[in-house]
Design a protein around this ligand. Structure first.
Ligand code: UDX
Ligand code: ADP
Length: 465
């Protein structure tokens, strides 16, 4: 089966970049990305390609090349489903905020809605590809809905987890370590798997395209994220011990990273991991393990989250204790709000939790992030429901200039590792602050000696400087 028409439901951080690359690499395939969110689609279609709603280095050039040729963004979900041979489901699967599994299980209502919509519209056989991060055996649920509510047509369900990391989405998609495709162990399943293999084979060497059964594929995604998050929590656990003992966590990381069995990546101590995947996927894993009565397995993975929560709290409380046990009415400047550099995504960003802690201590926070706008910062805080939105608005201001954010501040907290922060005129920043002037580097991007040279009292993660 040769694919020449693809539809993707969900024009977010996963669907948008993934489909842009497929369209760029497969000019013979018409790719339509649909979303219910009209504003988001309007931005994807904006005449100025720099206004696309997702910030990823290199993405706007790819959209400029393919958009209007074989890449289309639309709100007409029904038409796109009807015309496509292959439909990617790339909608959000946040952690449930209500009912059974609250705070842990993935909320599958958007997925279910998609499945029902596909079933009601499809008039010919379709391949449905789950791209969102999903708990194991979701494919089965999607299949049940499709088979029981459809118009008698055949559906093949594939799992094709996304391993791209935000901020490097374009290079990750162009040069993936591997592409994973799970499907049914039947002749029809194999045919569907092959159809998707052929799409990727346009630019990914075939030996890097792995095929498995559905459940292995689904569980591989959760496992990869759990292992990565565990590395961050492990090094963060060591960072606290380093601060107490006089060791330096970056030296420890370098020493263990050169052990080829351990490897050097994902050993940067930080204020804690964020993002839409790590916490959600581990909570999913914990929930699944519990539901099978595997309490030790559940507790083991939950500890990764507990450590991460501790790291965020520890960073915030150290600001308060260092500032003579009070930050009430003191201006604290935040450099960075995104959960990592090179993205405008703020989901689960450590900055949100550190801000919440400091607002409880009555600090006045001034935020600068190169890609995050005021309404997002306020939405993130309001989502926590810790206080009224009025109080959030009073406690936090978002500015467009880093020097203004730091002006008159008692302390600066670095929450995201944006490269530009290293290039600032730190002497000028120091001169315009209250004294003593503190910097809390939650990402270990600044040089401790240089910062002390400007006059700052400087603290980083995982060393006593
Ligand atoms: C992750 C996975 O890497 C990706 O494969 C999956 O598809 C989605 O989830 P992402 O959330 O985009 O990607 O970012 P990632 O680079 O994994 O970073 C996650 C968090 O860990 C960030 O907050 C980052 O700052 C933090 N981190 C990462 C550290 O604190 N230290 C490190 O050494 C690495
Ligand atoms: P991700 O990081 O997984 O891509 P996002 O939240 O960035 O998550 O994107 C998911 C997108 O899916 C959102 O833009 C949302 O509007 C869209 N979406 C959710 N449900 C549906 C649906 N039933 N039909 C079309 N789009 C949907």
């Amino acid at each position: 089966m040769k694919i020449n028409n693809i539809c993707c439901i969900g024009a977010g951080y996963v669907g948008g970049p993934t489909m842009s690359i497929i369209a760029q690499k497969c000019p013979d395939i018409k790719v339509t990305v649909v979303d219910l969110n009209e504003q988001r689609i309007a931005l994807w279609n904006d005449a100025d390609v720099n206004n696309i709603p997702i910030y990823e280095p290199g993405l706007s050039d790819i959209v400029a090349e393919a958009r209007g040729r074989n890449l289309f963004f639309s709100t007409n979900v029904e038409k796109a489903i009807d015309e496509a041979q292959m439909i990617f489901i790339s909608v959000n699967t946040p952690t449930k905020t209500y009912g059974l599994g609250k705070g842990m299980a993935a909320d599958l209502k958007y997925i279910e809605l998609c499945a029902r919509q596909i079933a009601s519209i499809a008039k010919d056989n379709k391949i449905v590809v789950e791209k969102s991060t999903l708990p194991v055996r979701t494919a089965e649920a999607i299949k049940n809905i499709l088979d029981n509510t459809g118009n008698g047509v055949q559906f093949q369900i594939l799992s094709n987890p996304e391993f791209l990391a935000e901020g490097t989405a374009v290079t990750d998609l162009l040069n993936p370590d591997r592409v994973l495709i799970g499907g049914d162990n039947t002749p029809e399943g194999a045919e569907a798997i092959n159809a998707l293999v052929e799409v990727y084979a346009n630019w990914v060497p075939e030996k890097q395209i792995l095929t498995t059964n559905l459940w292995s594929s689904e569980l591989s995604k959760l496992t990869a994220n759990a292992f990565l998050a565990q590395r961050v929590s492990s090094i963060n656990a060591m960072s606290e011990l380093c601060e107490k003992t006089g060791a330096d966590v970056s030296e420890v990381a370098r020493a263990i990273g050169m052990d080829s069995r351990i490897g050097s990546k994902f050993l940067k101590a930080s204020v804690g991991f964020g993002g839409s995947c790590f916490q959600k996927d581990i909570l999913n894993l914990v929930y699944i393990a519990k539901s099978y009565g595997l309490n030790e397995v559940a507790d083991y993975w939950e500890q990764v989250i507990i450590m991460n929560d501790h790291q965020k709290r520890r960073f915030a409380s150290s600001i308060v204790t260092t500032l003579y046990n009070t930050v009430s009415d003191k201006k604290i400047a935040f450099l960075g709000w995104a959960f990592k550099k090179d993205t405008n995504d703020t989901r689960e960003s450590a900055a949100i939790y550190v801000a919440d802690y400091l607002l409880n201590e009555q600090a006045k926070i001034s935020v600068f992030d190169p890609q995050v706008k005021e309404n997002k910062v306020l939405n993130d805080l309001n989502y926590l429901e810790s206080r009224s939105s009025d109080l959030n608005q009073k406690g936090i201001t978002v500015v467009e200039d880093p020097y203004e954010a730091c002006k008159g501040a008692h302390a600066i907290a670095i929450l995201t590792e944006w490269d530009e922060f290293k290039e600032y005129d730190w002497q000028k920043i120091y001169d315009n602050m209250q004294k003593p002037a503190f910097v809390f580097d939650g990402r270990n991007i600044l040089d401790a000696k240089k910062m002390a040279g400007y006059g700052f009292i400087f603290q980083s993660v995982g060393s006593s400087n």
